[in-house]
Ligand binder design. Structure first.
Ligand code: ADP
Length: 459
């Protein structure tokens, strides 16, 4: 290499000198030139050739060093360095290249250490992590995932061979196709264990899944629900009997004090009875044990049912229930369960918005869902309460709720029924001007003349 560069540089300089000599010879022949001057020119030419030879050797040596340096860089040896090359353009170029190599080496080293840190962190996690490429192949996994997988994990293997849980595969397919975050509960990754999974899209078109073992939490939650359901169930019979005997006694003649006491007993027994019923309903809808009888049902039919069922009660309180918007579309829902949702929302509107002259109900289609609403024009709810309103036993005004016969569970029941449908609930309120409770249900899609299932749960 060095020789080639030297030869080329030398030939170039020699060519220039040769052309100058020949030109000079022809000029000398055309015009009579003094022979001493000719000899002087010959000597100058000889000296110039010598100087060209030395300079070409120097340039060739330096270029060869730069060339060797570039070869090392290309072979990923970032520790290679270029020595100082004195002055001139070549030296400046060498210094720039050397600086670039130093920066590259330091960047690569910090990248490598961040990668090691990340890998150590992910491997020390209890959560299992697996990254999937757009081709649905495993592209990365941590230690916890390796222990959990159905088959020995390797990079590049199809995800379907690594994990056999249908819910996980469905969620990943959804993330890859629609680029949205998916949350799912997995029951068949490992026998007898429950995992919560979040699957998120990656910028390269793939997805990453994080699986958390929720078996213990699910067990505690089930025990809590069972306990509440059992207690409520046990209280049901004595409460019914207490209420029955109290009402029978009240039919008998008695003095006003005794009647007053019996009335207090009856009111409280009724309250307890409502509470146990609501607790039982909540335990049922929370556990998801109540299989929903979902089918395609017209949004208008749901609204009309709600209006018909509550218009008499509303009228008795001086209110009218109006359907203000009703799209010609079908939702995939359990009719009875949605009736219960409307019952709780309208009951609240009647209890807390008695000052309102009317209650508006309706629905609109919105991005693959139908959004139903119950709008009252009562006192509304101040904004700090809105985020917690759907929690069990959360009440804005405890005394008011109790006085109105509330249990604090109505909205929690609403939330769980809607979530079981794969929908969402919410509320907006303009303090002093009313409240609007809404819930979204998935649209029923019509395929080949049959009505088909839509939407997965997205809590
Ligand atoms: P409750 O049995 O107390 O009615 P809910 O869960 O149904 O329990 O409602 C929770 C609280 O939300 C109520 O106590 C009440 O303070 C508030 N709330 C619900 N609906 C309305 C409404 N339409 N207007 C004003 N406040 C409401």
């Amino acid at each position: 290499m060095k020789q080639r560069i030297f030869l080329k540089t030398f030939l170039l300089i020699f060519l220039v000198a040769g052309i100058s000599a020949v030109t000079f010879y022809f000029i000398a022949r055309r015009y009579t030139v003094n022979s001493a001057l000719l000899a002087a020119c010959g000597i100058s030419l000889l000296l110039a050739s010598l100087a060209a030879l030395i300079s070409a050797a120097g340039i060739a040596k330096r270029l060869a060093k730069i060339d060797g340096f570039a070869d090392e860089l290309a072979a990923a040896n970032l520790t290679v360095r270029l020595p100082e090359m004195g002055g001139g353009e070549l030296a400046a170029l060498a210094a720039t290249l050397d600086g670039a190599a130093r920066r590259l080496e330091s960047d690569f080293r910090s990248l490598g250490s961040s990668r090691t840190q990340l890998e150590t962190l992910l491997n020390s996690m209890d959560d299992a992590v697996v990254a999937v490429s757009a081709k649905r192949e495993v592209s990365w996994f941590n230690g916890a995932m390796k222990r959990l997988a159905a088959a020995p994990l390797t990079v590049g293997m199809p995800l379907i061979r690594a994990v056999r849980d249908p819910e996980l595969l469905r969620a990943v397919a959804d993330v890859l196709d629609h680029r949205n975050v998916q949350i799912a509960t997995l029951y068949s990754v490992s026998p007898g264990r429950t995992f919560g999974m979040t699957s998120t899209p990656l910028p390269d078109g793939g997805a990453v899944c994080v699986l958390r073992d929720n078996t213990e939490i699910a067990r505690v939650e089930r025990t809590r629900r069972d306990f509440i359901a059992n207690v409520s169930h046990e209280l049901r019979t004595p409460l019914t009997s207490l209420l029955g005997y109290t009402e029978t006694l009240m039919d008998e003649p008695m003095d006003s004090k005794a009647r007053e006491f019996l009335e207090i007993i009856r009111r409280n027994a009724q309250r307890m009875s409502r509470l146990t019923e609501d607790l039982l309903t909540l335990a049922r809808v929370e556990s998801g044990e109540d299989r929903l009888q979902q089918a395609a049902v017209s949004a208008h039919e749901l609204l009309r049912d709600a209006q018909t069922s509550f218009s008499e009660v509303a009228k008795a309180r001086g209110l009218a229930i109006e359907i203000v918007q009703s799209p010609d579309t079908q939702v995939f829902a359990d009719k009875d369960a949605i009736h219960q949702v409307f019952a709780n929302l309208i009951d609240n509107a009647l209890k807390y918005a008695a000052s309102s002259k009317k209650i508006e109900i309706g629905a609109t289609t919105r991005m693959g869902n139908v959004e139903f609403f119950v709008h009252d024009f009562g006192p509304g709810i101040s904004s700090e309460h809105l985020p917690r309103l759907f929690e069990r036993f959360y009440r804005v005004d405890k005394a008011r709720s109790r006085e109105a016969g509330g249990t604090g569970l109505g909205l929690a029941i609403v939330k769980h029924i809607v979530l079981n449908h794969g929908g969402q609930v919410g509320v907006t309120s303009d303090l002093g001007h009313g409240a609007m409770f809404w819930f979204r249900l998935p649209l029923a899609q019509v395929q080949h003349g049959n009505t088909a299932v839509t939407g997965a749960k997205s809590h």
